[in-house]
Design a protein around this ligand. Structure first.
Ligand code: DGL
Length: 275
């Protein structure tokens, strides 16, 4: 297949977190081509305004479109919460009516009903994701009887990105946010890790949670939902090229990206700079 006809699936995140999603997508759909784009130069998005996250995300989606992507996954909760709806409803009809952009909040909300027995669910995420109320709104549409409690964890992404996972500082903030979430609703039996960085903290999170609580991390959920989406949308599926090539792009230093990305992706990564 020539470069012109390559139609990779685009996977976007503010930085590294989306690699935890890409890893699972590639496991389930290894034949497709992918372009991963991390906007590391402008990360983190978690504490930025609606307008800023929307503008940055739209810019990156357009970059991925210009590189041939027909389908882009926003593998970032903050971008899904703050930009997806606008992009789908306002921008796509104007700039690329045949292309598709999907997020991570809807597919994650769709599965909570399968896991929660008590009907009480907790959500952990960045300030942006939590303040947007995207999870309570989506879950309410699908499961009106489920109660949702939320907790913003503004220190978790910086702890991960600064390689401070194995420190007492990390334990302190994890315990603090989990205690705060559980104090909001004692009946929570299912917690959504509503940030694509958080799977890296899963062992520490488990340490501070009662065993009966199920933790939902998004990689597999999003991968399964994409498999289903491509089955239901053969018109998109047919356009996506299948050469098993994965290209990694970053808006900051590729050397730094490659060092950190291995932890998120579980394999060596060789990225290129996207100026
Ligand atoms: N990966 C982003 C998310 O899922 C968080 C990182 C950031 O704040 O940029 O929300």
């Amino acid at each position: 297949m020539s470069a012109q006809t390559k139609r990779p699936i685009g996977v976007f995140d503010s930085g590294y977190g989306g690699l935890t999603v890409l890893k699972e997508i590639v496991k389930q759909l290894p034949k497709y081509d992918y372009i991963y784009l991390g906007d590391n130069a402008r990360a983190p998005y978690g504490s930025r305004s609606f307008q800023t996250v929307y503008e940055y995300t739209l810019e990156c989606v357009q970059q991925l479109f210009s590189m041939g992507c027909e389908l882009v996954i926003l593998a970032c909760n903050t971008a899904s919460a703050k930009a997806l709806r606008n992009i789908q409803q306002k921008d796509l009809p104007r700039i690329a009516p045949d292309k598709r952009v999907l997020g991570v909040i809807r597919p994650t909300s769709e599965v909570v009903g399968k896991y929660s027995k008590t009907g009480h669910v907790g959500v952990l995420g960045t300030v942006g994701t939590i303040v947007s109320n995207s999870y309570p709104i989506e879950i309410e549409k699908l499961y009106p009887s489920i109660k949702v409690a939320q907790e913003a964890c503004p220190m978790w992404v910086p702890l991960i990105e600064n390689n401070e996972i194995e420190t007492i500082g990390a334990d302190f903030f994890i315990q603090k946010n989990l205690n705060s979430l559980l104090s909001k609703d004692k009946s929570i039996d299912t917690i959504i890790l509503g940030c694509t960085h958080y799977p890296l903290l899963i062992n520490k999170i488990k340490k501070y949670l009662p065993e009966n609580i199920t933790l939902l991390s998004q990689g597999e959920i999003i991968a399964e939902s994409l498999v289903d989406y491509l089955k239901r949308h053969p018109e998109i599926q047919e356009k996506c090229s299948k050469g098993s090539v994965i290209k990694f792009l970053t808006t900051d230093s590729p050397e730094n990206f490659d060092k950190a990305a291995t932890i998120f992706y579980g394999k060596t990564v060789r990225s290129e700079y996207l100026g």
